[in-house]
Design a protein around this ligand. Structure first.
Ligand code: ADP
Ligand code: MG
Length: 281
């Protein structure tokens, strides 16, 4: 009898492997013991097993989507201090994290000075979209321009554009740091045009619209790009000073206060050691 059981188990594992059900393979014996102990019927047991398999598949798919999106760092809305950036509407951002704008093929534009959280928010929205099953890709704008130029030289532009067309959300970070070359700007414009009403775009920029010509070159191209990008678009301004700067200033203040408060304690021996060193030479 025992022999028969172990033979069936080997066969079962074989069949489950052929059916590509690794989680059921791993969990079926443990859950069978649990079901027997709980007096659960066969259908409940089967339901539990299939649920586990589905959950694990979804977890792995989300992990793959996150990897494929190539975010430079992982950021979340929970990790964003909205109190420090009052120009950013928390309710709106939470609504955007639900991704309905992606279903409507709308865009999001973050405009503001360096260090004000544009990349953080764009990444957080991108990660939220990955979690909800959307295909996302994050690019620094210069990185995409280089990739497009290389693909053009290697005659693989169509392939690259086909891969971009499969995305649900394309994030273009840092429009404005390095002026794109004329051909680079045209290729970028082509990507933005192709995405129009098909793929949502999130763009971050430190440039006001009137300065976009400096990056994209011609006024005609800038006008056409802005026209497509801002049609059905949420524009979010991250006004105020850099968060990094704010952080650094706060740290300095803290250090200053700590020094002021403990000058009679920790600082003194160090100072006297220094003075001692000087007098002895
Ligand atoms: P930007 O893209 O506007 O230059 P970043 O998003 O790169 O700015 O922000 C710079 C750093 O400051 C990042 O590490 C980011 O996570 C952090 N940061 C910016 N704003 C906030 C905020 N309001 N709350 C928490 N962290 C923030
Ligand atoms: Mg940035």
């Amino acid at each position: 009898m025992k022999h028969l059981q172990s033979t069936s188990l080997v066969l079962l594992h074989h069949h489950l492997k052929a059916l590509r059900l690794p989680t059921i393979t791993a969990e079926c014996e443990k859950l069978a013991r649990q079901a027997a102990a709980d007096n659960a019927d066969h259908l409940t047991y089967l339901l539990q097993l299939t649920e586990l398999e589905l959950l694990e598949r979804e977890r792995k798919a989300a992990e793959r989507r996150l990897k494929a999106a190539r975010f430079p760092t992982h950021k979340t809305l929970e990790g964003f201090d909205f109190a420090a950036r009052p120009s950013v509407n928390k309710v709106l951002l939470c609504e955007l994290a639900r991704c309905e704008y992606i279903d409507r093929r709308e865009n999001v534009l973050f405009v503001g000075n360096p260090g004000t959280g544009k990349t953080h928010l764009a990444t957080a929205l991108g990660m939220a979209a990955c979690g909800r099953g959307y295909r996302v890709r994050f690019f620094r704008l210069t990185e995409l321009a280089t990739l497009l130029l290389e693909a053009r030289d290697e005659r693989s532009l169509l392939g690259l554009k086909a891969r971009l067309a499969k995305l649900d959300l394309l994030i273009l970070d840092e429009l404005g740091y390095v002026p794109a070359s004329k051909i680079g700007a045209e290729l970028l414009f082509d990507v933005i045009s192709s995405a129009y009403e098909r793929t949502s775009l999130i763009v971050t920029t430190n440039l006001p619209f009137e300065s976009w010509t400096e990056v994209l070159g011609s006024e005609r191209l800038t006008g056409a790009t802005l026209d497509r990008l801002t049609h059905r678009c949420q524009i979010i301004e991250t006004k105020g000073e850099s968060y990094r700067l704010r952080d650094a200033k706060a740290k300095l203040r803290e250090e200053g206060a700590a020094k002021g408060g403990s000058s009679s304690g920790r600082d003194r021996p160090r100072r006297s050691a220094l003075e001692g060193g000087q007098t002895s030479s």
